[in-house]
Design a protein around this ligand. Structure first.
Ligand code: G1P
Length: 319
């Protein structure tokens, strides 16, 4: 077998220290990452995606109040034993599949909310100089049409350069994302050579509408760079700022993702993810689909009544 040219990526960092204020009061005592999309916590989707892409070591960046997440990825001896004794083997399989036996987990705390770059940097002692992946668990990817992280790892293995996942966003939303500057070069086979990045530019100043979304494969140099990175936009230590510096020295590839992604950091995206994944389950879909049609019809009827009422009032006021 040919020897890999570049050091293999075996570790993924999953930042999960956020307060989840957009989901209050649900997140008052419950980590946002543990909210469920159908019957799985949000964070489990990221772990399954990374595992399927070949990652075997998971580094969770946690904070106060996140212990329940550690319990989720622990081996529940008593529960497993009870399910086994009761012959509930399907349920036992679900419990055991949360973390396959050959996966290893590390937890490290981000003591202060100093930004995504700071959160990732908290794992420096574990990754040392190795390259690593970063998955932002708010972004759930539909992997039924392909696993983008797997593609990104393949690109890294081929080029030895960092890879970031990008998606086209509406031009008026560039100030919500890190944006790719391709310096005038194009996209070929879903890949683009990145000139630099700009963190959350206003639409008028954005070099493109290609946004960084939730998945990164980063070379080992990033940890040393993060250690030197000063607070940037919003007074936070930005991962994008460290990437800009590494990009100058090593280059960077943008991987354009065309599949479905749900932003579960947002209430709308979270509901969409729930509906989408629920409709993939034949048992749920059988009852949910007619209900959704019914709701849509009801909504249309109400809307029509409202419009009629507005027209009626207008004609009345003209008379
Ligand atoms: C972070 C990054 C940004 C990236 C985004 C993807 O921003 O700083 O570059 O586009 O994640 O979700 P945040 O969403 O933490 O504000």
């Amino acid at each position: 077998m040919a020897k890999a040219k570049f050091q293999k990526v075996t570790k993924a960092i999953i930042p999960a220290a956020g307060l989840g204020t957009r989901f209050l009061p649900a997140t008052k005592a419950m980590p946002k990452e543990m909210l469920t999309v159908v019957a799985k916590p949000i964070i489990q989707y990221a772990v399954e995606e990374a595992y399927a892409a070949g990652i075997r070591e998971f580094i969770f960046i946690t904070g106060r109040g996140k212990a329940v997440m550690e319990n989720h990825f622990d081996h529940p001896y008593e529960l497993a034993d009870t399910l086994r004794k009761k012959g509930k083997l399907a349920e036992l399989k679900l419990v055991e599949s949360v973390l396959p036996a050959d996966a290893k987990v590390y937890y490290t705390r981000q003591g202060q909310p100093l930004g995504l770059g700071h959160a990732v940097g908290c794992a420096a002692g574990i990754t040392q100089e190795e390259p690593f992946a970063v998955l932002l668990p708010d972004d759930i990817i539909d992997t039924s049409q392909g696993n983008p992280l797997k593609e990104m790892l393949a690109i890294y293995n081929e080029t030895g350069k960092s890879v970031v996942m990008a998606e086209e966003v509406a031009p008026d939303r560039t100030n919500q994302y890190g944006i790719l500057d391709l310096g005038g070069t194009g996209i070929k086979n879903n890949r683009a050579r990145v000139k630099t990045f700009v963190e959350k530019p206003e639409p008028k100043k954005a070099p493109s509408n290609l946004a960084i979304v939730g998945r990164y494969v980063l070379t080992g140099r990033h940890m040393a760079q993060l250690a030197k990175t000063k607070p940037g936009r919003g007074g936070e230590i930005q991962l994008t700022d460290a990437m800009i510096e590494v990009c100058k020295k090593e280059g960077f590839t943008g991987y354009l993702h065309n599949g479905l992604r749900f932003d579960c950091g947002d209430k709308v995206g979270f509901q969409m993810a729930n509906l989408y994944f629920a409709l993939q389950d034949p048992y749920i879909a059988g009852r949910l689909q007619p209900f959704l049609h019914q709701m849509a019809e009801r909504h249309d009827r109400r809307q029509a009544l409202r419009e009629d009422e507005i027209k009626r009032r207008k004609t009345k006021s003209k008379k």
